[in-house]
Design a protein around this ligand. Sequence first.
Ligand code: TXA
Ligand code: MG
Length: 317
Amino acid sequence: MEQDQRNVTKVLQADATGVAEAAGLLRAGHVVAFPTETVYGLGGSAMNDRAVAAIYAAKDRPSFNPLIVHVALLAEAEKLAKFTEQARALADAFWPGPLTMVLPMRAGSGVSSLLRAGLDSVAVRVPAHPAALDLLGAAGPLAAPSANPSGRISATSAQHVMKGLGGRIAAVLDGGPCQVGVESTIVGMIDAPTLLRPGGLPREKIEALIGSLAAAVRTDRPNAPGQLDSHYAPHLPVRLNATDAAPGEVMLGFGPITGDLNLSESGDLSEAAANLFRMLHELDARVATAIAVAPVPNHGIGHAINDRLKRAAAERG
Ligand code: TXA
Ligand code: MG
């Protein structure tokens, strides 16, 4: 574990050699960032409390905020959690893919209790990324929060991971830019199916299969605390629903509302999601007073984009 404190983070290519080296590090209890279709994850063995503790430490993440367990196959998820018929239907339809389900933990599953923040439920997903699936086959199940310092902009490239966590983790597996660009949709499947976090899988697709999702109830201890008010925050303040930049601001456009960068000139929401965190990282590095952001339509994956923008703009706690 001491080695994770050294100042060198290896950048490994996401080919067979790189995956094998990353898997070796993970099996030895180290933390390694890896690509998924949504964002980069910061992986550690889900069965190893020390590896999970190293994830929290590298991110400066509050330990009341539980982590998602990533597996290669539904059959592996079933060893860790209890699936209802509805949960299995969602897994059949959307895995591998940007859907996380919170389910009752299976007793004796061996999943780190630190990872669950003491809860008797567990969040699981099968990512749709070939290198992630290879890595999970060799070293899974892996706990993996997004690979960014807690509260900051998520990472959608190995360069973003290095910028935020370089020197604090053993390695990053570089699989290029993430295709979806926003985190997975999280659905609670313990009582009535509940939308805990909008994400890469539009709620409309889930509701088409299992009917309407309940809204998450807010508690002091947030149950999906990417749902803390301020999260995904750039260093610069963020101003939403802007139609043009005020003097000193940089502008993030959408569709016909142009800017220094444009999420999608053609108004394509999937393209906008894929560009969102990269463009926030880029604009945040400019000399400016704030980032002004054009309005983004609130349907499909637009829900997830607006959720992230709202939290990026929220009063910092
Ligand atoms: O796309 C994603 O989901 C990415 C990639 C790496 O897979 N991961 C990700 O992890 O976004 P993270 O840690 O940034 O967000 C996980 C969310 C947190 O808000 C956490 O509170 C929630 O999942 N969560 C985890 N376990 C839970 C549980 N047992 N009950 C309720 N929420 C849970
Ligand atoms: Mg996160």
